[in-house]
Design a protein around this ligand. Structure first.
Ligand code: PGA
Length: 274
């Protein structure tokens, strides 16, 4: 049992970028390839472009995701958007706990867990971002941070039997938007650790939950990262705004998925908890 159970997944996180014009152009370029993708592809535009994306992507194999949701179901929450609203726009995924939300909006692990519960209640798959800062890595606290961030969400979802709908994105904060990518072995080590954390809740779910890498993934480093046994795809920021770059990462993932389906049973990951 291993990576052959997990389809490669490439997610574009457009963050707060774009205009109606550039979104149309990007969708046109990415959507034109959508019938020959070879792996699962999701784009996460800003809320205001979800409708436009929903209309264009409904004719493609590319799924729609959003970048955040409220931790509440509905009501007097000015400026917030609920999980059910996203489901109404045919979103299938939602990013949660991105380090930019944690840092700029003070989101804590419990907030992220509450959002994950709202997501699954509305039928959305949460993509929960975890990752250590440079300082946490330098002071030897990487595992502690990953264990805590993963554990709080896994606790909440496992309770209701929703662990299988989780996707985790390992995004070392020092690698996001910095042009500094984690080496394949540093990333693999963190991914294997996160999978072990999930195994405390369910051995089956830990083998099925996809763990994406995010943080300056580009066409020139994607194949090496995606070839690692516990790296099941990418969460792409900057490079997802350029159709050529994004599609070249999708191609790298698709190529590896094809190879994996043929050879995977012999490839297993191992990791011993420190
Ligand atoms: P980046 O962003 O690819 O620009 O580093 C990744 C992310 O923040 O999800």
């Amino acid at each position: 049992m291993g990576a052959e159970l997990r389809r490669k997944l490439v997610v574009g996180n457009w963050k707060m970028n774009g205009s109606r014009q550039t979104v149309r152009a990007l969708l046109g370029a990415v959507g034109a390839r959508s019938k020959t993708l070879g792996c699962e592809v999701v784009v996460c535009p800003p809320f205001v472009y979800l409708d436009l994306c929903d209309v264009v992507l409904s004719a493609t194999d590319i799924a729609l995701g959003a970048q955040d949701i409220s931790e509440h179901a509905s009501g007097a929450r000015t400026g917030d958007v609920s999980a059910t609203m996203l489901a109404d726009f045919h979103c299938r995924y939602v990013l949660l706990g991105h380090s930019e939300r944690r840092t700029c909006h003070g989101e804590c692990d419990d907030t992220v867990a509450r959002k994950a519960l709202q997501a699954v209640a509305a039928g959305l798959s949460p993509i929960v971002c975890v990752g250590e800062t440079r300082e946490e890595r330098q002071t030897g606290r990487t595992y502690e941070v990953l264990s805590r961030q993963t554990g709080v969400v896994a606790d909440a979802l496992a309770d209701g039997g929703h662990l299988m709908s989780l996707t985790v994105a390992y995004e070392p904060v020092w690698a996001i938007g910095s042009g500094v990518t984690a080496t394949a072995s540093v990333a693999q080590d963190a991914h294997a650790f996160i999978r072990q954390c999930l195994a405390r809740y369910s051995a089956t779910a830990s083998q099925r939950v996809r763990i994406l890498y995010g943080g300056s993934m580009k066409p020139d480093n994607a194949a090496e990262l995606l070839a690692m046994p516990d790296i099941d795809g990418g969460l792409i920021g900057g490079a997802s705004l350029d159709a050529q770059q994004f599609l070249s990462i999708v191609d790298a993932a698709a190529g590896l998925e094809a190879v994996q389906q043929e050879t995977e049973p012999s490839r297993t990951s191992s990791f011993t908890l420190p």
